[in-house]
Design a protein around this ligand. Structure first.
Ligand SMILES: [Zn+2]
Length: 163
């Protein structure tokens, strides 16, 4: 206590039960009730201060980490010689997640997702069927996986059994 404190008197209403508790506590400690109240208030304020300081530290930590990560990303980009505004999305195999290929006649021109070749309207193409959302897959016959291509042969009869 180096600084002399200016002390003020606060009047406040408290519930009877709380007053009883405070008086009991003061009696046990053999100090005036006002001392008990002051001590409790000071503790509460110090606890709040500590909590706030901790929250500020955490926020600062998060900000520092974000800043470091951003700088690292920029350094990586510079090292790669890239001029892209945003980092490219992680490459994903175009057929990942496809559970089957549905042959279809195209109503309009499309492009094979693997080789990029145009498939004209009225030509046969294969639609990748998924159970979960993903990029649209349209293949031309050349890019269809081998076994699927065999099964999809139009010459095959319906009773033709695979060995
Ligand atoms: Zn293709």
């Amino acid at each position: 206590m180096t600084k002399p404190r200016k002390e003020k008197v606060l009047h406040t209403r408290v519930p009877a039960v709380l007053e009883e508790e405070l008086k009991k506590l003061a009696t046990n400690l053999r100090v005036p009730v006002s001392n008990v109240v002051r001590t409790i208030l000071q503790d509460a304020v110090e606890t709040l201060d500590a909590a706030q300081a901790r929250a500020e530290d955490e926020l600062r930590g998060v900000a520092d980490r974000l800043h470091a990560r951003r700088e690292r990303a920029q350094a990586d980009e510079a090292a790669a010689g890239g001029t892209a505004e945003s980092p490219a999305p992680a490459p994903m195999a175009p057929l990942a997640g496809v559970i089957g290929y549905q042959p279809m006649l195209l109503a309009r021109q499309e492009h094979c997702v693997l080789c990029g070749a145009a498939i004209m309207a009225g030509e046969r193409a294969f639609l990748g069927v998924r159970e979960v959302a993903g990029p649209r897959v349209i293949l031309n016959e050349a890019c269809l996986p081998f076994s699927a291509a065999k099964v999809a042969q139009p010459e095959e009869g319906p009773n033709n059994e695979q060995p």
